[in-house]
Write a protein that binds this ligand. Structure first.
Ligand code: FRU
Length: 451
């Protein structure tokens, strides 16, 4: 049975069709733009376009017509992921990968595939120029297979820089750095490799700066899962660097940290807004088999995460917290002592000073449990979890503080100021939200959120 109330209020999702990676995130002429990998005719098709949503507050997203569809030979089997770079003249430049898969018996790694670097320009963020092909496979280093994609462009010291994810011959992930003076003509500058092999392909590389420290985000495919971390099929994380991305040849993969330990997180993108905040939005979904984020009959599949503001932690990690705009949606605070019932599945919960084992249980069916330095998230019934059952994650230390945001079918858990984050979809059937707490804490509060 489909519940209209599964549609989130603060997480961007298309009315119809499939969504994956966020693309082209930016603040442009007064609005936030979130493009995303989009297949309108899902599940019949998997041809990717760029869907498009805009927002004034990073919370209420208005869906616009798809911005970019496959339309030229160089992107005929998919307008793949990419970024926005706003020029000093105030133009929105969208760089993306035109995916081309050849018919026939190719392995599509060494033959039978193209990855084209394409530029589209917009004056207003609504009307997009002709497509201009800037890079083809022959422009990438000869050490690469045909898997090269997901450009991220930024400006630094008067030059433009682009980082691309790639799969090297011999199946090692790497990132390519290109340089340009004009945003049109690009030259290979260097290749970033890990010390030891670290997955066979790095998707969606991104860069950012926090308190003067640069970091690189990447999504390695092919890392083995472990008992208490790296559970998903593919992983999304970051490495805070000692120097600059553009000077880096070797990445210390032992410093790789996962952004989010939940079932539903991949391919985040990072941008800086007009207030100077570094903001991350991820894909709140998964390609993992058996985790159906669209129960039968739901016409849309997956959404983006909440917008999260990033900050550098004292230990060199990165903290994430929902942008402060969310707090303006809070209704009257209710002390959480035992069980509370709210009219809708919209809530912001804060637990402060947790000092023993216990659980926060939503609707009697989703348990968020703490014991020592372990966090467990479990569903009582597979239908509520849509294929998810239970997962346990090791924390750096026993959690002291937790924030849990429930936006209908989305749950995001932030521990200890956003040091550890866990995102999952769920599909509750009750009309009301019940919240039951058995963790001893110094303060526990729940705010109903107003859509
Ligand atoms: C990551 C990814 C990207 C690619 C896009 C295609 O989820 O595989 O590498 O550009 O999705 O939809």
């Amino acid at each position: 049975m489909i519940h209209p109330e599964w549609r989130p209020a603060f997480h961007a999702a298309p009315a119809q069709g499939w969504l994956n990676d966020p693309n082209g995130l930016c603040f442009f002429k007064g609005s936030y733009h979130a493009f995303y990998q989009y297949t309108r005719d899902w599940p019949a098709s998997n041809l990717r376009s760029w869907g498009h949503a805009v927002s004034e507050d990073l919370l209420a997203w208005r869906e616009l017509p798809a911005a970019l569809d496959p339309s030229i030979p160089e992107d005929r089997t998919g307008v793949y992921s990419g970024c926005a770079w706003i020029s000093p003249e105030g133009r929105m430049n969208l760089y993306y990968t035109g995916n081309v898969i050849y018919e026939g018996g190719y392995d599509r790694i060494h033959e039978g595939r193209e990855a084209n670097g394409i530029l589209v320009v917009s004056e207003d963020g609504l009307v997009f120029s002709e497509k201009r092909v800037l890079l083809r496979n022959a422009d990438y280093p000869g050490t690469c297979t045909l898997h090269v994609r997901d450009p991220k462009v930024w400006e630094h010291d008067g030059s433009l820089w682009m980082v691309l994810g790639a799969r090297e011959q011999g199946d090692r992930g790497q990132a390519l750095v290109f340089r340009s003076d004009d945003g049109i003509s690009w030259k290979h500058h260097r290749t970033i490799r890990s010390r030891e092999p670290f997955g066979y392909m790095w998707e969606c590389p991104n860069v950012g700066v926090l308190a003067g420290r640069e970091f690189i985000a990447l999504c390695p495919q092919g890392l083995p899962s472990e008992e208490l971390r790296r559970h998903n099929h593919w992983h999304a994380g970051y490495v805070v660097l000692d120097g600059r991305v553009i000077d880096t040849d070797t990445l210390d993969e032992t410093r790789f940290r996962e952004w989010d330990f939940g079932w539903d997180f991949y391919a985040p993108q990072i941008f800086t807004d007009e207030r100077g905040r570094t903001i991350l939005i991820g894909w709140m979904g998964t390609f993992d088999k058996g985790r159906t984020s669209a129960p039968d009959g739901l016409p849309w599949c997956h959404c983006l995460t909440l917008a999260r503001e990033l900050a550098l932690a004292d230990d060199g990690g990165i903290l994430q917290r929902p942008v402060c705009e969310l707090e303006s949606k809070r209704g009257a605070a209710l002390a959480l002592d035992g069980t509370r019932v709210l009219a809708d599945h919209l809530a912001d919960i804060e637990l402060v000073g947790m000092d023993a084992a216990g659980a926060l249980v939503l609707d009697g069916s989703l348990a968020i449990s703490f014991e020592g330095d372990l966090l467990s998230v479990s569903f009582s019934h597979p239908d509520v979890g849509a294929g998810r059952v239970s997962r346990t994650v090791k924390l750096p230390a026993p959690a002291r503080d937790a924030r849990v945001v429930i936006d209908r079918s989305c749950v995001e858990i932030y521990l200890d100021g956003g040091e550890t984050v866990f995102s999952t979809r769920w599909f509750p059937v009750a009309g009301e939200l019940s919240v039951a707490l058995s963790v001893p804490c110094t303060r526990a509060t729940v705010w109903p959120l107003e859509a």
